[in-house]
Design a protein. Structure first.
Length: 721
């Protein structure tokens, strides 16, 4: 008698090979895994602390909070926690706002609620009658949802909640992902598959991933998403596409996420049939006004526009002799009456301008300070060149006190190893946010410019260029998810430390086991410095492969624009290497406030990590280690590559502690990273040696091939263009 069919056996096998929760560990669940906690004592304590839930309110957002609590608690504690009407017993979780919940209104929270604004929440132990309970309270439903996610995080990361007391508000208002996604589903600088937005099937088919995307964002407090590439396509503004945009907005809305679009500046000509897109032309003004009103009929809470204008070939107001402010203000007037904003990018540089590229955004934008409408933010990349592994902070931060300045970070790893290198970007984000601009004396950190506290702005924002695609695990590299997570957490609260963020993410994504946490956290925290060492140590920058930006290319000198050549940036010659941006050189240093300018201006005070960014330094210059520059450069490259080998060794010890699927995935990607780190090291050291004419220090192994070998390597089909 045949007991089982082959199919049944196969199914059984598949089920057994999955983790105990019944899920394949393919990374789909991100940090919202909610697997049952391993420590039975902790589970028992949490079950006592949350024996039942009172959650009042009917909105879709409250509905989402209810769903998340159900899913999260059932998963983490392995039991259904029931929803009831009254706090009848000890350990009731009371959730809601004073306007939706009589119980919340009856608690004495008025003073505290008055301090937390529209998105904040309070999580607190509280007594109702004689019973001890926990309350999650907010002024709005979305505040409740954020509170619920935070509460679940406390349990998921095994925090002690017996005396929980958290009053939590975001420091920045607009916390936005920028998708560089095209309508044909390619993603500019995207390395995690095709675009999540399946325009062809929208609006009728909506993938379940859209909701999971919204959940993930809401769980870290991201409240906006720009769906389309800044290299914009006007088609997105047509009714055919607006219908699709509306379908996405409907899914995101309950999760507190507003949708934004990129506006192609020439749209009035391309689709409106006008002869001009001049922002001062009455017909153009009327066209955008009408178009904006139309968008609001599809998406009543449309957030506004993100614009890249007069940059890298994109059209803009300067085509008509107008300024960036003229362009931004025209759009701001169109969206303003509906509560929309305009995020106008400052990423501009013109190869016809002979000046140092790093200076151009400041030169163009600073004079415009004070001329923008109230609902315009100027969106500035973290550094003045372009999302390099390390850049000094952009001099525009602090330099335009009358304009809200929005930070733009890049989460996708265009210049940091795509989706194959493990690099934890919280370190990069924090380094920029906590650089001191000295705009108003000591203590004028970039973070204070961005959160509005330095110049008293109410309108504040931060953007991250997303690393998300349709790959099953969302970001390509399992550790790429940590950068999405870190961006969201820092956008909410930039005071959080890299270490805390890594710790939370690892606990939620992998394991609460200390034997796993400690080494992996150390590895993550060191990973950015490691990458800088094997790619661009000591302030080197923009020396990667031409156009696709893959791999080393310090020899690139034939680009279609001079400022796309690597030689433009490193200026290596027989004397030394580095870009002289001092007062005797391009004078980029003078765009910084005096103490910062002076610090960068001298090799004696310039932090070594920025040495070659600001100085052309002789090969025999004595660095802080006591070595001459040439030797130091070699040691940095070699130490970077070696650190990746150490990462591999560490990872290999962790096999027993995590699932086989992700263990192997990361292990294999580390192989790629190790290989590419050596590729960078060997190519760069040999290339710079052709100028320094000095030997590679004798204790370092010699590159296996001559320089020509590396120069000849060509990659035709690189992802992300
Ligand atoms: O980093 C560069 C990228 C371009 C990008 C541009 C920008 C969207 O190489 O692909 O274009 O910056 O930020 O506008």
């Amino acid at each position: 008698m045949k007991l089982f069919s082959i199919n049944t056996l196969l199914l059984l096998f598949v089920l057994i090979s999955f983790s105990s929760s019944g899920y394949a560990e393919d990374g789909y669940r991100l940090w919202l895994r909610y697997d049952k906690l391993a420590d039975p004592a902790k589970v028992a304590a949490y079950r006592n602390a949350v024996s039942q839930i009172v959650l009042d309110g009917q909105s879709e957002t409250i509905q989402a909070a209810r769903e998340e609590l159900t899913l999260g608690l059932k998963g983490l504690l392995g039991t259904d926690v029931s929803f009831v009407n009254q706090a009848t017993k000890e350990g009731t979780l009371i959730v809601g706002t004073p306007s939706t919940s009589k119980l919340i209104a009856s608690l004495n929270l008025k003073n505290q609620l008055a301090t937390i604004g529209n998105e904040g929440f309070i999580i607190q132990r509280t007594k109702v009658g004689t019973t001890q309970n926990i309350v999650i309270a907010a002024n709005t439903d979305v505040g409740v949802l954020y509170g619920v996610f935070h509460f679940l995080r406390l349990i998921q990361t095994q925090q002690d909640i017996s005396s929980v007391n958290s009053v939590n508000t975001p420091k920045i208002n607009h916390r936005i992902l920028n998708h560089w996604d095209n309508l044909n589903r390619t993603v500019e600088r995207g390395y995690a598959g095709a675009s999540l937005w399946d325009w062809h099937k929208l609006p009728d088919y909506t993938s379940p991933r859209y909701k999971d995307y919204a959940r993930a964002n809401a769980s870290v407090g991201i409240n906006g998403t720009v769906l389309t590439n800044v290299n914009a396509n006007a088609l997105i503004l047509t009714p055919q596409y607006l219908e699709k945009v509306a379908a996405l907005a409907n899914i995101f809305r309950p999760y507190g996420i507003r949708v934004y679009l990129t506006a192609r500046f020439s749209a009035p000509v391309e689709m409106g049939g006008l002869k001009t897109a001049d922002p001062l032309d009455p017909q153009v003004i009327a066209w955008w006004k009408q178009k904006t009103e139309e968008i609001y009929t599809y998406v009543p809470d449309f957030g506004g526009f993100l614009v890249k204008a007069n940059s890298e070939g994109q059209p803009g107001p300067q085509n008509y002799g107008r300024t960036h402010a003229d362009g931004a203000n025209m759009l701001a007037d169109a969206v303003g009456p509906k509560g929309g904003i305009v995020m106008w990018r400052a990423f501009v540089y013109d190869n016809k301008v002979p000046d140092d590229r790093a200076k151009q955004a400041y030169t163009e934008f600073k004079p415009l300070d004070g001329t923008f409408r109230k609902n315009v933010l100027v969106q500035v990349k973290n550094g003045a060149v372009d999302f390099q592994p390390r850049e000094p902070f952009h001099p525009l931060f602090g330099a335009m006190p009358r304009t809200p300045m929005m930070m733009e970070f890049q989460i996708t790893q265009e210049y940091l190893g795509f989706a194959t290198h493990m690099v934890f970007l919280a370190s990069l984000f924090k380094e920029t946010l906590y650089a001191d601009t000295y705009a108003k004396g000591k203590g004028s950190e970039v973070a204070k410019v961005i959160d509005g506290s330095l110049d008293k702005h109410e309108l504040t924002g931060i953007a991250g260029v997303a690393n998300i695609g349709d790959e099953r695990n969302w970001c390509g590299h399992p550790f790429g998810q940590a950068n999405w997570y870190a961006f969201g957490r820092l956008a909410w609260d930039h005071t959080l430390s890299e270490s805390q963020i890594a710790d939370e993410w690892l606990r939620m994504t992998f394991s609460n086991d200390n034997r796993f946490l400690k080494p992996v956290k150390e590895m993550m925290l060191a990973s950015r410095e490691t990458l800088v060492n094997y790619m661009t140590p000591l302030g080197l920058h923009h020396i990667m492969g031409y156009n696709h930006h893959y791999g080393p290319g310090p020899w690139v000198n034939q680009a279609s624009r001079p400022d796309w050549n690597s030689v433009y940036y490193h200026k290596a010659d027989s004397i030394g290497v580095g870009f002289d941006r001092t007062t005797k050189g391009s004078d980029a240093v003078s765009q910084y406030f005096p103490p910062v300018r002076d610090m960068f201006n001298s090799t004696q005070t310039c932090p070594e990590k920025f040495l070659l960014w600001f100085h052309h330094v002789p090969w025999d210059y004595k660095t802080q280690s006591g070595r001459i520059l040439w030797d130091e450069l070699c040691y940095r490259y070699y130490s970077g590559a070696k650190s990746v080998q150490q990462m591999q060794q560490t990872w290999n010890t962790l096999q027993p502690m995590i699932d086989a699927e992700r263990f192997v995935h990361v292990k294999d990607l580390l192989k790629v990273q190790e290989k590419e780190a050596r590729w960078w090291r060997d190519a760069c050291v040999l290339y710079f040696q052709s100028f320094s004419k000095r030997p590679i220090p004798s204790d370092l192994e010699k590159p296996p091939y001559p320089l020509e070998h590396y120069v000849k390597i060509k990659h035709l089909f690189v992802p992300g263009i």
